[in-house]
Design a protein around this ligand. Structure first.
Ligand code: NAG
Ligand code: NAG
Ligand code: NAG
Length: 349
């Protein structure tokens, strides 16, 4: 009889390795359905206060020249055949005598295709700047770089695409990045993993949260409010863990808008590849002159609002395979009769 023993041992080791791999990896939605699981909070890691990344950290500093694109991100449109690409060009300004850039001075162009070296399709979009103004003695005003949003259409579901963005006439085009569209919308079709995160901020703990999230290779990131915490800062760049404790006397709740640019730069390596869907939280209110609110939030991100029939940045919907997401921010009335200034009343679709 032939000796099967070494083969059996090898087989056993192989099965063990497979088991370790299976146990180690976080299961995907395709491995489910799973019974609901509740894990109680382990608060042993909460020691003292989180420390913000300073503006000098290389991960948040502006590394581009002139009107080269930075803070590049991908977000989904309502259906799998379309995505939004967003980025910023030019330098923001903070202080006195700020001069807003002309958003039309830099074009919004994305070249894309399914082959890295043949970006045969081209789409154009729109651009804007926003200002954060404080009509109070001693406070500084901010004006953003040029924010670009371009919608790509006619994409295949579940497919990889390469793209570069910028203004080819300067020329100032970005490096080539890649993203994957969502799978088709049907009952057996789902993204593998979706990361859901909130209260992100830009602390050293944010960096470990993002590292952990990225190591699990999500197909989509859903950020459910409280993005940069720029509103824990005064306009002179001094921050605190508790705004009202440290700065009880300010004439308005100030913000330090450059922290949004820091956040956009820090996130670019992740969100230029993995689509990010955001909805607003209280830290995005950021009231300024003339009682304007949510300007940074509404300007910097692309939302599938028009595509999903909402016409507001505060609520919208989209599909991710067989999942229909309904994003409902808490800062708008959902009562049908209420007409919000400049917005159409909420309509159910
Ligand atoms: C948060 O970051 C601080 C350093 O800023 C570190 O000491 C602490 O361990 C981190 N907490 C967690 C839960 O990672
Ligand atoms: C900021 O803008 C407001 C509103 O236009 C203005 O009243 C204020 O003087 C400006 N502040 C500075 C420092 O330029
Ligand atoms: C910013 O303003 C606060 C409150 O007036 C002050 O305590 C702080 O020293 C200022 N910081 C800078 C960098 O000017």
């Amino acid at each position: 009889m032939p000796n099967f023993y070494p083969i059996m041992v090898a087989f056993a080791i192989l099965m063990l390795l497979l088991l370790v791999c299976l146990v180690d990896a976080i299961p995907t939605t395709l491995d489910g359905p799973f019974p609901p699981l509740t894990v109680s909070l382990d608060d042993s890691g909460f020691r003292g206060n989180a420390v913000d990344l300073p503006g000098t950290d290389p991960r948040v500093r502006r590394m581009v020249n002139g009107f080269e694109p930075e803070q590049i991100s991908v977000s989904l449109s309502t259906f799998a055949d379309s995505v939004w690409i967003s980025w910023i060009t030019g330098e923001s300004q903070i202080g006195e005598d700020i001069k807003p850039l002309d958003p039309n001075s830099v074009a919004s162009v994305v070249r894309y295709g399914s082959l890295r070296h043949t970006l045969s399709h081209e789409a154009t979009g729109y651009s804007l700047v926003y200002n954060q103004l404080y009509p109070f003695q001693g406070l500084q005003n901010y004006t953003s770089g040029i924010i670009h949003h371009v919608r790509l259409t006619g994409l295949e579901p579940g497919a990889q695409y390469y793209y570069q963005c910028g203004d080819p006439s300067i020329p100032a085009m970005s490096a080539v990045h890649a993203f994957k569209t969502m799978p088709i919308s049907s009952p057996q079709s789902y993204p593998n993993r979706i990361a859901i995160v909130g209260d992100l901020g830009l602390t050293y703990n944010t960096t470990s949260t993002i590292d952990h999230m990225s190591s699990n290779e999500p197909d989509l990131i859903v950020l459910v409010g409280d993005v940069t915490y720029a509103n824990l800062y005064l306009t002179n760049g001094t921050g605190s863990d508790c705004y009202s404790c440290s700065f009880p006397q300010t004439p308005i709740h100030e913000t330090y808008q450059p922290r949004w640019d820091y956040w956009g730069r820090f996130m670019e390596p992740v969100v230029s590849t993995i689509p990010l869907m955001v909805v607003e939280g209280n830290h995005e209110i950021e009231e300024q002159a003339e009682h304007k609110t949510f300007l940074s939030y509404s300007s910097r991100f692309a939302f599938p609002s028009v595509e999903s029939g909402s016409f507001s940045t505060f609520y919208y919907s989209f599909n991710a395979g067989g999942i229909h997401f309904i994003m409902l921010g808490a800062y708008i009335s959902y009562y049908k009769q209420v007409q919000v200034a400049g917005k159409r009343p909420g309509k159910c679709r």
